[in-house]
Design a protein around this ligand. Structure first.
Ligand SMILES: Cc1ncc(C[n+]2csc(CCOP(=O)(O)OP(=O)(O)O)c2C)c(N)n1
Ligand SMILES: [Mg+2]
Length: 628
């Protein structure tokens, strides 16, 4: 039996029938489709979505980049078990998605992108917004999606669609491969009818695998762990996506191994757990960083070891060993680690069992971890308790941390706040902390907040956004309001870039271009601009509260929390201040070799000397090797 539908109608019907399954629970893989229409998709996916009776709700965003951030945040808040599809017109509508696509792929989050493409028949070319590559008519702007997509295809004939859809779903639902998937859909092909086999539209369940580690790898890992005296776990995002946090707790408790967290892994072990030493790396706690420096074995769980995590490869001892539990061999092999390629939960479970007889780490090691954590905790308490006007940023974060309580979630992505949040935030558990720091993309905050709230409507979503990020993608407030998706947005205005301002100063770049001010003598130092971002938020339809003291802010957060509509709380902070305690860790950003003060470059080079390549091969099995 066949059904006659256009390509776009077939796409919509197919997407509505895809399910994911893990641990015996099934859910719709696509929670909906976001889209902005133009001539490249209006008659295709536009018509298909408008007339569809399938369960694939449509959402109107204000910017295509934002749509992809929303989809990626939705996927992250769903532990990658569902996501959103995104449809755009051709040309600029399509390429606006590229930044979002890169962000999703870097963060290993599934998003399905359906950019419109130029006529497959070329009958009327060049069409509006066509690139016209002089070497080939086969090239369109959508080819730019190739390096940022984990699967990319262009559907030039209806017959190509079924295999492309299945390939797209395979990649989206494979935790080792996942990321952005792009199916470019030429505008004529979208509207073309075809007789589709009905089985294409049958409910299809994609089983999310939990691969178990290889036996020999578990044996090698057990040797390594049981011979370590100061092991440290680095929990990354994979721990949370795999829902391995309970297994991680068991593993850590059984063997007395402290747990440090990356940005994506924060919350893997809740604040207050005796083995939770908090954030690691360039924005880490002094507790985690001290233990990292002293550790003889690092057990990385679901981490990609970004430079922030490794403090640009300065935080671990040169002779430290690495055991990496990861769903992809690519990440497991990093830092010359012993590879345990597996689902995080399965890998941890098998390891727990493999050295059940091990007595674990000595008591004094656990006590040392707890003591270091207590000292850091006191520093956070002090930073959270600061008062002043303009408001200390750490006090703003403290107030939001309290307001978010156990069921809320904080979202942030770029600026000075992600680092402060990583250091300071006390997570109640996984899902309470959502900082996009793989791509650290300004503009993610509000768009991402929408995705989280759509995926987890029961949670209060607290968006922390700097003025720079807000100015890049404020328009998604309108999407929140029009869709009735409630957010609490804390807009932290310091008239420029605190983050890049400090960095600029530290590398001799004189803070050029890091303050929002009149040009003045030439360095944007000509005095404050007549900009009122609170009024801007109000003009987009949000309820706005202004807070000038910590007490005001706490009250505003209470009001916003109990409100039913999206509320923006506007606070002013000082761009020049740094009130969060230091991580005592380094981040590698080069200093110009000439034209900066000598001391600056020398200090840089002194730090470089602590950078280790970590090339030592993992130890092999004990005993005499058999060499053939
Ligand atoms: C899209 C994008 N462009 C540029 C950057 C580099 N960048 C990182 S933080 C930052 C400034 C952020 O300003 P704001 O949101 O006001 O945060 P603040 O640093 O003041 O806390 C810039 C330009 C980025 N991360 N993303
Ligand atoms: Mg700012």
């Amino acid at each position: 039996m066949t059904t006659r539908l256009t390509v776009a109608q077939a796409v919509v019907r197919f997407l509505a029938h895809q399910w994911s399954e893990r641990d015996s629970v099934q859910r719709r893989f696509f929670g909906g489709c976001t889209g902005i229409f133009g001539h490249g998709n209006v008659a295709g996916l536009g018509q298909a979505l408008a007339t569809s009776t399938e369960n694939l709700p449509y959402h109107l965003s204000r910017n295509e980049q934002a749509m992809v951030h929303t989809a990626a945040a939705y996927a992250r808040a769903s532990n990658r078990l569902s996501t959103l599809a995104c449809t755009t017109s051709i040309g600029p509508g399509a390429t606006n998605m590229i930044t979002g696509a890169a962000g999703a792929t870097i963060n290993r989050l599934p998003v399905l992108l359906l950019p419109g493409d130029i006529f497959s028949t070329r009958a009327a070319g060049p069409v509006l917004q066509e690139l016209e590559d002089q070497r080939s008519y086969d090239i369109s702007v959508n080819d730019c999606f190739k390096p940022v997509s984990r699967y990319w295809d262009r559907i030039n004939r209806p017959e190509q669609l079924p295999s492309a859809l299945l390939a797209a779903m395979r990649v989206l639902t494979d935790p080792a491969e996942t990321g952005a998937v792009t199916l470019a859909l030429p505008q004529d092909v979208q509207a073309e009818a075809h007789d589709w086999p009905d089985e294409l539209f049958a409910d299809r369940v994609w089983h999310i695998p939990r691969p178990r580690p290889e036996r020999a790898a578990v044996f090698r890992a057990a040797q390594l762990v049981t011979s370590a005296s100061r092991p440290l776990i680095v929990a990354g995002g994979g721990t949370i996506y795999s829902d391995a946090t309970e297994q991680l707790r068991l593993f850590a408790e059984t063997h007395g191994i402290p747990v440090a967290e990356t940005q994506a892994g924060k919350g893997a072990l809740p604040y207050g757990h005796p083995l939770a030493v908090g954030a690691i790396g360039a924005t880490g706690t002094t507790a985690a960083n001290t233990l990292a420096r002293e550790a003889d074995l690092i057990i990385g769980v679901g981490t990609r070891y970004s430079d922030f995590t490794t403090a640009s490869r300065t935080i671990f001892a040169p002779d430290a060993r690495f055991l990496n539990i990861n769903i992809t061999g690519f990440d497991a092999a990093k830092l010359s680690g012993l590879q345990l390629v597996a689902d995080a939960r399965e890998g941890l479970a098998e390891l727990t069992e493999a050295f059940a007889g091990w007595r674990g780490t000595p008591d004094d090691y656990r006590e040392r971890a707890a003591e270091l954590t207590r000292a850091w905790d006191a520093a956070v308490e002090a930073a959270y308790s600061l008062e002043g006007s303009p408001l200390p940023q750490s006090a703003v974060i403290g107030a939001v941390n309290t307001a978010a309580a156990d069921d809320g979630v904080v979202v942030c992505a770029a600026g000075s706040m992600p680092g402060d949040l990583h250091k300071l935030w006390r997570p109640s558990g996984p899902g309470n902390y959502h900082v996009e720091y793989g791509y650290s993309c300004m503009g993610y905050e509000i768009a991402g907040g929408l995705g989280i709230k759509m995926a987890a409507p029961e949670r209060e979503v607290f968006v922390l956004v700097g003025d720079g990020s807000y100015l890049m993608m404020a328009q998604e407030l309108i999407t929140a309001i029009s869709e009735g998706i409630k957010l609490v947005v804390v807009l932290v205005d310091n008239s420029g870039f605190a983050s890049i301002g400090h960095l600029s100063e530290s590398v001799g770049a004189l803070r050029l271009g890091t303050s929002y001010a009149y040009r003045g003598a030439g360095r944007f130092d000509g005095g404050p601009l007549p900009v009122d971002l609170a009024a801007n938020a109000a003009s987009l339809g949000a309820s706005v509260l202004r807070a000038e003291s910590v007490a005001d802010l706490r009250k505003a957060l209470d009001t916003a929390r109990s409100a039913t509509e999206t509320t923006v709380i506007y606070v002013r902070t000082d761009r020049m201040a740094t009130d969060a305690p230091s991580s005592e860790a380094w981040w590698d950003v080069p200093v110009a070799q000439v034209g900066t003060p000598n001391a600056m470059r020398e200090a840089y080079e002194a730090n470089k000397r602590f950078q280790h390549p970590h090339l030592a091969p993992p130890p092999d099995e004990p005993g005499a090797p058999v060499r053939g």
